[in-house]
Design a protein around this ligand. Structure first.
Ligand code: ATP
Ligand code: MG
Length: 140
């Protein structure tokens, strides 16, 4: 395995409850290192672009509305097999199905307000990182 990067969002349900540190602690304890981080308020256009693959899904409008409902923290994470390591510590999309010890089990409110986003492939990670960060903002 190799050290790779992934992209994470701490979603508005988590920033609203002041859980940025608690979520980040779980990411770090899972072996991931935060090599870039910023708190942003996504515009509707950004959220629609970011979740463009879900445009045809019935929950798309609600999801976009949720993602712009408050600040988010976007992060680049680095570690051994970072995409998979992050998906493991995130837990299942629906917190009802999330394993003990995962971020979504600990904190998610619902399938929509599920505390974190994590890239699902290295290819998407690269695209998503470039969506929010320039290379000089990433300090490995
Ligand atoms: P993410 O992409 O946010 O890391 P994920 O990969 O686990 O989550 P996706 O299938 O990519 O899940 O869905 C993207 C997001 O859309 C989910 O995190 C969730 O917030 C929302 N979502 C997914 N399915 C539903 C649903 N059935 N109803 C409402 N919202 C949903
Ligand atoms: Mg996804």
């Amino acid at each position: 395995m190799a050290v790779t990067r992934t992209f994470s969002i701490i979603k508005p349900d988590a920033t609203r409850r002041n859980l940025t540190g608690a979520v980040t602690k779980m990411l770090e304890e899972a072996g991931l290192r935060v090599i870039a981080s910023k708190r942003v308020r996504m515009s509707r256009e950004q959220a629609e672009g970011f979740y463009g693959v879900h445009r045809e899904r019935p929950f798309f409008n609600d999801l976009v509305g949720f993602m712009v409902s408050g600040p988010v923290v976007v992060q680049v994470l680095e570690g051994e097999d970072a995409v998979a390591a992050n998906r493991r510590v995130m837990g299942a999309t629906n917190p009802e199905n999330a394993d003990e010890g995962t971020i979504r089990k600990a904190f998610a409110e619902s399938i929509e307000a599920n505390t974190v986003h994590g890239s699902d492939s290295e290819e998407n990670a690269a695209t998503e990182i470039a969506f929010f960060f320039s290379e000089d903002e990433i300090i490995g």
